[in-house]
Write a protein that binds this ligand. Structure first.
Ligand SMILES: Nc1nc2c(ncn2[C@@H]2O[C@H](COP(=O)(O)OP(=O)(O)OP(=O)(O)O)[C@@H](O)[C@H]2O)c(=O)[nH]1
Length: 417
């Protein structure tokens, strides 16, 4: 994943994708300019909550990120989200937005599948009652699989001929086929490791191809389920069914509408709401010194319901959590680049940890430099305490995740980054 990670939000119509996207992207504080190089209409910036390095050094007061923001050691790091709208059953045959949907999807590194667990919308998103949302999980995976499989099968004859003529390794042949989905050689190799005891490629039948495609999907599109609309009375039984059927799939219970509602009230100064937590306080809770505005009876009741049905039962609205899980399946961790390893500041000023990038755990420090700065020659790398760090060292939370790069300058001198 040499570029910025991209999380795709998928789901059938009316499952709550837009509401989820609103909840994830609606920044509470006004934040810095857009950090990503490209921006197109279906991309949006979400904010991933991480524990900021400033809290390790008691420097919360001085933390002022260039992008996103930091509140008492809880940092909101920008992460790109992709709204993949228009998926309906039959998309692989061109239904709905069909191929457009699938084409968009290839850019995603992980998926958040928003599932309406209230059972009040059918597969096309039309209002109904008692619909079984288990079906949505299955048909969505099925659509993606049939799309990839369809693309493979169209060319299977020539793939096999070329493979045998060039005496290629299976992994190389499949790498060439899957490259169009933005898959690296390593990713395809990992996918092929998932499928054992395959016959030689020229003897693969449809069953073998399905197996390979499923393994590829597991690597290319790791998915987190956002079991949405948990505020609905029918949600409980559907959630249990899904959990039973998919015990190994990451799933988070969400109420996107609640998150949007609480943020709105918070912005309008009716409540204090700590995003991602169960805590919401009103004027009644905090008293007049809080500066909060009074709520009418109806809104007070609604907040009471939200506490009972969502916050206290599930611990939060789940929306912040679902993004955390998506970052976790990609194993992304925050890496901080600073110029001054003693003060953790940038070139000038007193603000600390201004730059933070999300990078896969275990990445080598040299690759981190290239990821952040492009093809540069690094003269030396320093870690916390002035410790020299090698380009081959790897990163983890609390290990080589605060770095200062000295670059070899073309004129022979060096410059700090
Ligand atoms: N009860 C409940 N309703 C929700 C929740 N999230 C979204 N909704 C409602 O579900 C409906 C569909 O939500 P959207 O966010 O527009 O769904 P979508 O998936 O973006 O739909 P399309 O734009 O058609 O693809 C709206 O009426 C939302 O208010 C939730 O957590 N609970």
């Amino acid at each position: 994943m040499p570029r910025d990670p991209l999380i795709g939000i998928v789901g059938k119509p009316s499952s709550g994708k837009s509401t989820t996207l609103n909840a994830l992207t609606d920044a509470d504080a006004k934040v810095g300019a857009f950090p990503f190089t490209t921006i197109d209409p279906n991309k949006a910036t979400g904010y991933l909550q991480v524990e900021c390095a400033c809290s390790r050094f008691g420097k919360e007061e001085l933390c002022k990120p260039n992008y996103g923001w930091c509140k008492a050691g809880k940092r909101f790091v920008p992460i790109m989200l992709l709204d993949v709208a228009g998926l309906v059953p039959g998309a692989h045959e061109g239904k709905g937005l069909g191929n457009k949907f699938l084409d968009d999807l290839r850019h995603a590194d992980a998926l958040i599948h928003v599932v309406d667990v209230s059972g009040t919308t059918n597969a096309e998103g039309k209002a109904t009652r008692g619909y079984d949302p288990l079906q949505d999980i299955e048909w969505l995976q099925d659509e993606i699989r049939r799309w990839i499989e369809g693309n493979l099968l169209k060319r299977w004859g020539s793939i096999v001929r070329r493979h045998t003529a060039t005496k290629s390794l299976v992994v190389d042949t499949m790498q060439a086929q899957f490259a169009g989905y933005g898959a690296t050689g390593q990713l395809v190799a990992r996918a092929m490791e998932r499928v054992s005891d395959l016959p030689p490629l020229q003897d693969w039948d449809n069953e073998c191809i399905t197996k390979v495609v499923k393994a590829f999907m597991a690597e290319k599109f790791p998915t987190v389920l956002s079991l949405n609309k948990i505020d609905h009375p029918d949600a409980d039984k559907n959630v249990s069914k899904i959990m039973l059927k998919h015990p190994n799939t990451k799933a988070v219970l969400t109420s996107a509408i609640t998150e949007v509602f609480l943020r709105k009230l918070s912005k309008q100064k009716f409540v204090v709401y700590d995003e991602g937590t169960e805590f919401v306080d009103t004027l009644e809770d905090l008293g007049p010194e809080s500066g909060l505005k009074p709520l009418d009876e109806k809104l007070l009741n609604r907040i009471e319901n939200i506490r009972d049905l969502v916050l206290y039962r599930f611990g939060s609205t789940g929306v912040a959590q679902v993004l955390k899980e998506a970052a976790a399946v990609l194993d992304l961790i925050p890496v901080y680049t600073v110029r001054n390893m003693t003060t953790f500041t940038g070139n000038s000023g007193t603000n600390v940890f201004r730059d933070c990038t999300l990078i896969k755990r275990g990445t080598q420090v040299g690759q981190v430099a290239r990821h952040i700065m492009g093809e540069v020659t690094v003269a030396s790398i320093e870690g916390v305490g002035g410790k020299r760090v090698s380009a081959d060292d790897s990163i983890d939370v609390g290990k080589n995740d605060i770095l200062s790069f000295r670059l070899a300058h073309s004129g022979g001198t060096t410059m700090n980054f």
